[in-house]
Design a protein around this ligand. Sequence first.
Ligand SMILES: O=C(O)CCC(=O)C(=O)O
Ligand SMILES: [Fe+3]
Length: 718
Amino acid sequence: AHSALGCSLSSNVILEPYDLLFDTAVEAYYKGDWMTVILNMERALRNKAAIRRVKAHCRITCANQSAFGEPLSNIVVSIPGAGSVEDLGFFQKIMKRADCVNTCESDKIGPATIHKITEDVDLEFKKRTPYNYLQVAYFKINKLDKAVAAANTFFLANPDHMEMRQNLDYYRMMSGVQEEDFKDLEAWPHMAEFLAGKRYYSSDSFGLAIDHFEAAVEEYFSADQECRALCEGAYDYDGYNYMEYSADLFQSMTDHYMQILNCKQSCSVELASTAGKDKPFEDFLPSHFNYLQFSYYNSEKYEQAIECAKTYLLFHPEEEVMNQNLAYYSAVLGEDKAAAIPARQQSLLEKELLYFAFEVFGITFVDPDSWTPADIMPLKLREKQKADRETAARITEEIGNLMKEIETLVEEKNKESTDIAKIVREGGPLLFDDIKITMSSKQLNGSQRVLLDGFISEGECRELTRLSNAAALKGDGYRGLPSPHSPSESFQGITVLKAIKFGQEGTVPLKSARLFFDMSEKVRRVLESYFRLDSPLYFSYSHLVCRSAIDEKQDDRDDLSHPVHADNCLLVSELNKCIKEPPAYTHRDYSAILYLNDDFEGGDFIFTELDAKTVTAAVRPQCGRVVGFGAGEENPHGVRAVTKGQRCAVALWFTLDPKHEEKVTYLLVNPSGVMYSLCFYHAIYCDGLFCNLREGESNAFHLLIHLHFISFSCFSLS
Ligand SMILES: O=C(O)CCC(=O)C(=O)O
Ligand SMILES: [Fe+3]
């Protein structure tokens, strides 16, 4: 959504995009401007919730206003003549629905384009990061109850976060803090009701349990309706695979619709999940009716007990105990009366469609529910799935064992020396003939620093720059983004994987992808060797960054293009200190910047003292040049103002901790359509059917050869 708030004629309200608010709050955080942090972060959370509500509301009301017709009771395939009046009527309804949703949304929150949010920002909200910033800000302005609630909310989703655990212990000891302050500000109402119901149920308070479970069921269905409406979003190209995607109208409608239905089915898993519990509740919705039937029975409400038992049996018709219960309740109430009580309704049409598409088009459907009646699934598929499941389980286990072995090997090797690895013995071999050392730590007036030349050729520099610019042109909102560091520059920062995705046109990009992988691996190996590290260096994150001077904003400039900072700690220059704590990326151990050009003015890279002022060395970027350095407090650094032209570089960060290695996921599908997703390390490069595995991991590869790749999509899991 980073694009400017463009003008829109139809809309009266424009809700500020929450990624923008989030960025403003984070910026204020580093300035210690707590009120601005609170104002913007609270608004970001509110706007995010509002957008969710509006989107769901619009889709639901529009669906009610313009339903597509009688629901099918059975799947019937009919092929009406192309262009018939009925067909036109169908598409007219589709267009009306699209118009209804568009108008509704843009009337309430403004045009859709400004609410496009990048995955990175969405991930931050999923991880509840805003509450981490908020708890500090509230604490600083003495709003203790709010600080506690924010801290608790954050901690529930990040139970391994040590600092926050300490904060919470500390809050607990403070006077004026009450138990009720430890809230979960993001709790879902249906989950809160369900958990309350369970508590009462365990203490045999069945009357109260009924109230909460009934409320839970009601809230569940409204959350489910909302979750499902939100599924009706854009087609998910899942990383790269749209490069090969071409489908006609009906196939693409089918593909998209199946994706939506799959998403809707997953709502049952999403709604069964809660912060602080790493697995969703099993059999979540049916269990409500199980608890309810027993609670009603205990309250001697047999009619309701029968209704709930019957509803439960819709999910698990063969369940013995429940069938006995039902028989018993029916005997107590009277068989005739009992037989007349219906179960609550449950539709299975959606699953039928998904299985139909699976059988006919091979569009994979992994049913998230354990209760699906067997006859919903076509017999052929049932048999095939059983066989597939067995093979899949075997292969998964074998691969799992191998991956475990690899991990233990890496860990063992690593245990020997993470710290020793950092004792400096720089000056190791550079491994490649064309790479030359230009300056050592000594010449750069510091430690853990090196300047190397000759990494890549002019042509390769141009290719990587093109990749970044192609992405900027294509990707929405990347071009002309104001720099987060300086108002006089614009900024184009994009992960390489995304650049390839966005820049995808013709054949160049796959080659560029290859170039990027080879090049970053080269930098990694050379740093590892030059600094004579005893344990391996892993990729942690990489970024293609171009900074462009804005011509009309260059007068009287005295700021930097990138303020002085350190890469793994928070530099507090007033105190000559660097604090190694989140939100700094504390696991980063080495950094390298590979420069791609020199046809710009300004933009020198500088090393400084901890005061962020005293410059100890300056480096002029040029194509193929790499500045490599330890990511810690020994190396505060920044970039001088770019006053003319565009400066492009690839920033690479490395870690010695294999746990923080950047991971990529490959989706594999075997010939019978069973999907595996495997997680490998960044350095493995996949190109269609061809996978390069790092030395020592070739065993895992052998297992893969009898699977074929349908698509590979890469995203960071860390
Ligand atoms: O582009 C550069 O020269 C340095 C950038 C940098 O230090 C960073 O992104 O952390
Ligand atoms: Fe940096």
